[in-house]
Design a protein around this ligand. Structure first.
Ligand code: FES
Length: 111
């Protein structure tokens, strides 16, 4: 799926509350969205530690308690709202967040 600001990424309801969903942005990069407390957060799927994708299982980006984004490779934990790493080998670094808007319950990435 190529990035197109006119085409919705998905509907808000396509992301489970307290859950996450991954997307292919283009042939080489993936992103993921998290829905928490009624808000949506979208990040590039690239860990600041070693640049690996965070998930091994499709659409699974959160820890067991669904309180943090988890990098499966080496266990880095990130705040859902800010993307800040609060534990693990890249503590203090952050995931790269993507700006988006929501219109008619559809999510659009912003350029
Ligand atoms: S690549 Fe994410 S913690 Fe190492």
């Amino acid at each position: 799926m190529a990035f197109d600001p006119q085409t919705p990424l998905c509907a808000v309801e396509d992301i489970p509350e307290d859950g996450s969903k991954g997307f292919a942005l283009d042939e080489r990069s993936t992103i993921f969205a998290v829905r928490k407390d009624g808000k949506v957060f979208i990040y590039h799927n690239s860990c600041p530690h070693a640049g690996l994708e965070l998930n091994w299982v499709p659409d699974r980006f959160l820890d067991r308690d669904k309180e943090y984004i988890l990098c499966t490779a080496h266990g880095a934990m990130f705040e859902i709202a800010s993307g800040l790493c609060i534990g693990g080998p890249c503590a203090g670094a952050s995931l790269r967040q993507l700006a988006h808007t929501i219109k008619d319950e559809q999510i659009y990435l912003q350029s």
